[in-house]
Design a protein around this ligand. Structure first.
Ligand code: HEM
Length: 211
């Protein structure tokens, strides 16, 4: 008979596994994004969108090049660009290319790399972030008095993609699939965090020049 722990891990859904794995990274990223921009003023909101654009552009490029068609989430950088333009803000420079094997805590694997597992993890992060965006959209509508553009935060296409992805992740996965998807999800968070930390550095520099 299999030990109880093994049975529990095998029965856990991929979504549950991923959520547990990225919980700490999500909290860290949430704080870093609040520190780098937040969305309390129109300028903050433009910085928030700019950060989102810089981080998402290389992820969209990687997914378009490597993911199977059903794991390519709807493009959101074009929506962010539309919002930035409505706010009178420029597009930011692109962040470095995304590497799905670049995680802060694990060495690069020597074994086989399953691109579909990595695509699933990366697609989950981008689609799952639409849940947070919904909550942020409500705050932005309140703070901006309904005047700030929300094509990105209110993206229905991403919510529809998310609903479709759920069937795929709300079931147990093989250890290889769970590990590959988790590694890529961690890499996406590390990628976002690097962009947010860079933006926070620039913000501090600008503040010190004003002082
Ligand atoms: C900017 C600040 C952010 C806030 C305030 C925020 C907030 C949230 C909230 C409220 C949820 C839903 C939790 C639940 O219903 O259980 C969530 C889930 C999630 N967020 Fe964020 N989020 C933020 C940024 C991000 C970013 C930038 C990413 C992507 C890199 C991201 C990825 C995710 C993922 C993957 C989930 C879990 C999806 C699932 O339940 O399977 N979040 N977030």
């Amino acid at each position: 008979m299999a030990p109880v722990m093994e049975k529990t891990a095998a029965q856990e859904s991929l979504r549950g596994h991923l959520r547990t794995a990225i919980m700490a990274a999500h909290e860290l990223l949430d704080h870093a994004m609040q520190a780098a921009s937040g969305w309390q003023t129109r300028d903050d909101y433009a910085r928030f969108l700019s950060l989102q654009h810089a981080a998402r552009a290389p992820l969209e490029t990687w997914l378009a090049a490597h993911a199977p068609a059903d794991l390519v989430p709807p493009l959101q950088t074009k929506l962010i660009a539309r919002d930035l333009s409505a706010l009178g803000a420029c597009l930011p420079p692109a962040s470095p290319p995304f590497d799905p094997l670049q995680t802060p805590s694990r060495p690069r694997p020597d074994g086989v790399f399953h691109v579909e597992h990595a695509a699933l993890g990366a697609a989950w992060v981008l689609a799952g972030s639409a849940l947070g965006n919904k909550a942020i959209a409500k705050q932005v509508a309140r703070i901006g008095g309904g005047d700030w553009p929300t094509a990105f935060l209110g993206d229905d296409a991403m919510m529809a993609f998310w609903q479709g992805l759920r069937a795929r992740i709300e079931r147990p996965a093989s250890p290889a699939e769970a590990d590959g998807a988790t590694r890529a999800a961690e890499a996406v968070f590390a990628h976002f965090l690097a962009v947010a930390d860079g933006a926070q550095g620039l913000e501090k520099e600008a503040e010190s020049l004003k002082a």
